[in-house]
Design a protein around this ligand. Structure first.
Ligand SMILES: [Zn+2]
Ligand SMILES: [Zn+2]
Length: 234
């Protein structure tokens, strides 16, 4: 109890610079302003777009996403994987630093809130393969998804998707074998049938993993799949 009270009164320090934090975030206003925002980007793959565009009432798409429709309907990826966003992710991912998990979840929550009029029905964190989970002891995507679930009152549907092929075993394979393995990387059950889903991850790189899971979810009957991730690699 004492420890709980103590943490309530000491939570007002910025996690990046030790200055006084402001608002609901564990960040000071200067560090918040300096986060590398990905504000002008494609609403499907989050590719940064050069010119400012008016996207009121419509989904903004880059040339690639206009040319070919993939399995992902929309994405919210509000930051770029650059300092200090990359440092925050590494602290969460490799040090299981819970204060960064809370901060990343809260920043993503704020961006999601401004985008949606109707939120998805269920959240699914990108599952880790069991061997990776044993190695790390936690799934960073799950930490972010749990925060979002609490803040948005959307249930997690964690057991709906299982990763059956580990991503890091892929390196030694040829391109065709890799693509075939990728298609079978996730097992999805029919708990997602008729649901709108947001897949949650920490970093979005090529989008291959999210797209693969999205395809499997749609094949299992999901009616729509969006992606929410904290940062995108440029
Ligand atoms: Zn600060
Ligand atoms: Zn795009």
């Amino acid at each position: 109890m004492l420890q709980f009270l103590y943490s309530q009164f000491t939570r007002s320090t910025c996690v990046l610079c030790d200055d006084q934090a402001t608002g609901a975030l564990d960040l000071c206003s200067a560090c918040l302003v300096n986060l590398p925002r990905n504000s002008q980007c494609c609403h499907v793959c989050a590719l940064p777009l050069p010119a400012p565009m008016d996207a009121r009432g419509s989904v903004l798409r880059c040339g690639g996403c206009i040319a070919s429709r993939g399995p992902i309907s929309e994405s919210v990826i509000p930051y770029l994987y650059r300092p200090p966003a990359d440092f925050m992710i590494r602290r969460l991912k490799y040090a299981d630093d819970t204060k960064y998990g809370r901060l990343i979840g809260e920043l993503l929550f704020q961006s999601v809130q401004t985008r949606y009029t109707t939120l998805p029905d269920r959240l699914i964190p990108i599952p880790l393969h069991s061997s990776r989970y044993r190695q790390r002891g936690f799934n960073q995507a799950r930490i972010i998804a749990r925060h979002l679930s609490k803040r948005l009152h959307i249930p997690l549907e964690e057991s709906a998707a299982t990763r059956v092929i580990a991503g890091d075993r892929q390196a030694a394979l040829g391109a065709r074998a890799r693509a075939r393995n990728m298609r079978r990387a996730f097992l999805v059950n029919n708990a997602v049938a008729g649901r709108t889903i947001a897949v949650v991850d920490d970093v979005y790189t090529t989008g291959a993993t999210c797209s693969t899971l999205a395809r499997s979810l749609l094949a299992a009957g999901a009616s729509r799949v969006d992606v929410w991730a904290f940062a995108r690699t440029p």
